[in-house]
Design a protein around this ligand. Structure first.
Ligand SMILES: Nc1ncnc2c1ncn2[C@@H]1O[C@H](COP(=O)(O)OP(=O)(O)OP(=O)(O)O)[C@@H](O)[C@H]1O
Ligand SMILES: [Mg+2]
Length: 390
């Protein structure tokens, strides 16, 4: 009897073990399927996953994680590579998020910029948490990352578009408000010029009148430059340079800036004169700003050139300075609207407006700059002889 009972019990245990093993296998299969689904979802959404063993210090990443940092699946990617990729301005925020994840034992989210090996800048949104062992000591750092650069670009573009729309509205109202006043002052200057017998005073008043007319042009035409109406005029490089320098004579001599002019062309260019003056004024103004009170040399050069893309010949103006120069990251942004390094002294619209004007003249605006020991910047402005064709 005992033998039979113990045989039955042993048989039962066998069944229990078999059932438990089958249950474990089912759970394992379900876990693998769930992991696979998660992996697929992460890969499809380009979400990268990573894990860092805090003792050994090694980092394990998914292919998507590497892709978020501009790496191929086979490329090495260590924790040091990750740290080196972070934009210097964002390092402190990332370190603080990691510290908080350990201290507060809850997942931390951070958004930061990283440089890819090709030099491009990307935005990453990351979430990470710490895993602890049975003794409550932190052992592993796990997290997910996602490249959100496109979202940032879209947001920036939206912001810029909104700002530009606001500038458009503002400039229209400025033009409207100021134009009447300018007309009144222009008439008064004319009357004063007629009334005074003093020849010097008459000349000064004539210059003031002319400059005021340009202010009127700037408000009514340039700020609303999509609605340009004035007629084109043939103008010489020498005229453009003369006027540009005459209104800045004081600043040039106060800063001790030596101006060198090299004019090797006498053929005029047909253009919307007010607009081209505005472009040149901004280039000369920027050159003076870049040299600051230290002074330096400014070279203004005019010669004939040919646009290799179109085969059209025209006027090539150069404004070169021995100023501070523009570093790489800034050089990529100087033609953006509202990009300025001059704080409240600049609007950052000068080069943006200039590029628009030059493009509408079928011309080209180029720049080269260096910030090393013999620093300086060279802007070139090419205008085909028949630039005003619209
Ligand atoms: N010759 C130059 N040397 C050094 N930096 C320059 C030079 N020209 C332009 N820059 C840089 O490009 C930026 C943009 O120039 P831009 O003319 O568009 O605006 P701004 O001069 O700052 O403002 P605004 O023209 O409205 O007064 C400047 O703030 C400056 O940082
Ligand atoms: Mg400027």
């Amino acid at each position: 009897m005992n033998t039979v009972e113990s045989a039955i019990r042993a048989r039962k245990r066998q069944f229990q073990v078999r059932d438990a093993m089958a249950e474990r296998d089912r759970a394992l299969i379900a876990l693998r399927q769930s992991e696979e689904r998660l992996r697929l979802a992460a890969e499809t959404a380009h979400i990268g996953t990573w894990e860092r063993d805090l003792d050994a210090g090694n980092l394990q990443c998914s292919d998507s994680c590497k892709a978020n940092f501009g790496r191929k699946p086979d490329d090495p990617f260590t924790f040091e590579d990750f740290q080196n990729a972070i934009h210097p301005e964002d390092c402190a925020a990332v370190t603080a998020a990691l510290g908080a994840a350990i201290r507060e034992r809850v997942p931390q989210r951070a958004e930061y910029r990283v440089f890819w090996p090709d030099g491009s800048l990307h935005w990453i949104v990351a979430s990470g948490r710490i895993l602890f062992n049975a003794n409550g000591l932190p052992t592993t750092l796990v997290g997910v990352v996602l490249d959100v650069t496109e979202r940032h670009i879209a947001m920036d573009t939206l912001l810029r578009t909104e700002k530009l729309a606001a500038v458009g509205r503002l400039s229209s109202s400025i033009a409207h408000e100021i134009n009447n006043l300018l007309e009144c002052v222009t008439n008064l200057l004319y009357l004063a010029r007629q009334a005074t017998p003093d020849q010097d005073a008459r000349e000064y008043l004539a210059v003031a009148e002319r400059e005021l007319r340009r202010v009127a042009d700037i408000t009514s035409q340039t700020l609303r430059f999509h609605k340009q109406q004035s007629a084109p005029r043939a103008i010489l490089a020498s005229e453009l340079f003369d006027d540009c320098l005459s209104i800045r004579q004081d600043r040039l001599s106060n800063a001790g800036i030596i101006v060198e002019r090299r004019l090797k062309i006498t053929r005029p260019v047909l253009c919307f004169e007010g607009e081209i003056r505005q472009v040149l004024n901004n280039l000369v103004g920027n050159a003076i700003d870049a040299m600051g009170a230290k002074g330096g040399r400014m070279l203004l050069r005019a010669r004939e050139s040919t646009d290799w893309r179109t085969g059209r010949s025209g006027l090539l103006l150069t404004v070169a300075d021995t100023g501070s120069g523009i570093d790489g990251p800034n050089l990529r942004r100087i033609f953006e609207a509202f990009f300025t390094t001059k704080g409240i002294a600049g609007t950052g619209l000068g080069l943006w407006v200039s590029q628009e004007i030059v493009e509408r003249h079928s011309g080209r605006l180029g720049v080269r700059s260096r910030t090393e020991a013999s620093s300086g910047t060279v802007f070139t402005l090419f205008l085909p002889y028949e630039a005003a064709t619209r």
